[in-house]
Design a protein around this ligand. Structure first.
Ligand code: ADP
Ligand code: MG
Length: 291
């Protein structure tokens, strides 16, 4: 497949208004799922982040680590169950979550970004009092899963100011108990985007976006109005891991984040496509007057 010189110039010129639009703005990317396991995809995400930083976009990465946590739990013969898309976290699982997320996963990402020419700093949610939480209690028992009660983005802002790329793993310090809590990474990314007054929230996942039928990619919903979400939830379209994802996009947009997107992390450079081209990818949430 060859592209002509004219096509190439076209692509670059198409990026200009988007570079102008996002220059100096903050974009929070939630990174997780398959895009974080496959080495080639990982390299593509990392190079997107470095490129965006070099053109003056303030990128913050918030990462999950579900597969790595499952892997470690498997090694000690433990399995997780999920309640409404959230991992039930007993105290042994909480230990593993903290070790894997704040240790291996976070530092590996930092090293990769540094190697690709960016300057990354790894943080977890307890550093600088970034995330405070109490036990999530909505009638279900999730164990040590926290509900974020406050976000202090000062440390992240300082880093962005100095040109660093903050890489955040999502545990939070408990305010009700002497414990760390496990925080779903989509929710943490959304809360941080709100606190940073980010322009955009991008949630990378291992499917094309929100689909009417998760087994059929042709049923991808390219645009979802915020007001449509309760109906989609009632009808059971939004299930499992999509529940926190969709809810936190709605919350982000109702709280001042201009755009929220759920998109496919398995497609190389989908972050660049979404931010710097006319081509929209995945599911975009839209807010109409009165929504
Ligand atoms: P992540 O690591 O990205 O948070 P999750 O497993 O938590 O991944 O959430 C994504 C999963 O949500 C998909 O792999 C899919 O199985 C599930 N899902 C449930 N309902 C839908 C839907 N309507 N459209 C797409 N995916 C859905
Ligand atoms: Mg999830």
């Amino acid at each position: 497949m060859g592209i002509t010189e004219q096509d190439q110039t076209g692509v670059l010129m198409e990026a200009l208004p988007y570079i102008q639009k996002y220059n100096g703005k903050t974009v929070v990317v939630k990174y997780g799922g398959n895009a974080m396991i496959d080495e080639e995809l990982k390299a593509a995400v990392i190079s997107d982040v470095v490129l965006l930083t070099l053109i003056g976009i303030r990128v913050v990465i918030v990462h999950g680590g579900g597969p790595e946590i499952n892997d470690m739990l498997g090694r000690i013969g433990k399995e997780s169950r999920f309640v409404n898309g959230l991992r039930y976290t007993d105290s042994e699982t909480m230990d593993i979550v903290q070790q894997v997320l704040c240790g291996n996963v976070n530092k590996d990402l930092v090293m990769l970004i540094n190697r690709a020419g960016g300057r990354a700093v790894g943080l977890c949610g307890v550093d600088g009092g970034l995330f405070k939480a109490e036990k999530l209690s909505d009638g279900n028992d999730y164990g040590y899963v926290g509900n974020i009660t406050s976000v202090d983005p000062a440390l992240v802002e300082d880093m962005l100011e100095k040109g660093y790329i903050p890489v955040v793993s999502t545990i939070a310090q408990g305010t009700d108990e002497e414990t760390a809590y496990n925080i779903n990474a989509d929710i943490a990314a959304s809360k941080l985007a709100i606190a940073l007054k980010a322009e955009k929230l991008i949630l990378l996942t291992d499917v094309k976006g929100l689909m009417l039928d998760p087994k059929d990619e042709t049923t991808l919903l390219r645009e979802v109005k915020l007001s449509e979400v309760p109906r989609l939830e009632r009808e059971g379209v939004i299930r499992g891991g999509m529940i926190p994802k969709v809810n936190c996009c709605v919350e982000a947009m109702r709280s001042g984040v201009q755009r929220a997107n759920i998109q496919d992390g398995r497609v190389p450079h989908s972050i660049l496509m979404e931010l710097l081209s006319d081509e929209g990818v995945g599911t975009m949430f839209i807010q109409k007057a009165g929504d």
